[in-house]
Ligand binder design. Sequence first.
Ligand SMILES: N[C@@H](CCC[C@H](N)C(=O)O)C(=O)O
Length: 279
Amino acid sequence: MAKTIKFTKMQGAGNDFMVIDGVTQPISLSADTIKKLANRQFGIGFDQLLLVESSAVADFKYRIFNADGSEVSQCGNGARCFVRFVVDQGLTHQREISVETASGIITPKLEAHGLVTVNMGAPRFKPDAIPFVAESAANSYVLEVNNQAHNIAAVSMGNPHAVLIVDDVETAPVQSLGAAIEYHPRFPERVNVGFMQIMNEHHIKLRVFERGSGETLACGTGACAAAVSGIQSGRLSSPVKVSARGGELSIAWQGTDTPVMMTGPAVTVFTGEIDLDAI
Ligand SMILES: N[C@@H](CCC[C@H](N)C(=O)O)C(=O)O
């Protein structure tokens, strides 16, 4: 295994990534090494690590690791950065690519105006698919947390999301309630927790406490989950502008069994090399 690896630091609406080309530099990273790399004081610092690999069924495969070292199956902001990365690195000449993830194939496309649009696939609401412990699918569930009842929507975008509607995202208890819901026993694989303030039927403000990474400046799948849960319950209409602390995303969804389209920025911040023995 190489000890010194090349990487690219990227961000999508402030959700930041270390991206490694595992095609030209095959690598295997332990959860402990990923945690050290994610550390913002002693490592490089990121919300997620993205590892590019070759695929037998799509143009590329990418693996996603949270800052706590856990491997997960979907990342919306990462998908946008991923297509920018493989185009900029000369790994493809196509502007639209198919990408194998642990939860299926997604198709990110570099638009002429510089933004990226991703077909994220259809959302799933059945409790087993999230996974979430409930008798049957519903637009809203009551979740008991520390003896308090909270109304949530639950949806899978290839990864699990709980969405709460709040009056004001700035004063919402994102850290404390987010951390408590992340480990709630009704979400056996933990969950990403979104706090959504509805501004009007086409605009929400959103903060997300991400599973395995804590609050991030934006969460692409969280934006999809919030928008589709709002559309599903009749509170929102497509397209939905999502204002996160780190930037804006646009989410379009035409309803049951149709794919969610997400558009937003993908930016390279810097490139570097790191000696894995030095961290
Ligand atoms: N930041 C991401 C989601 C990353 C994975 C998530 N924390 C999980 O554990 O499912 C996004 O932009 O979607």
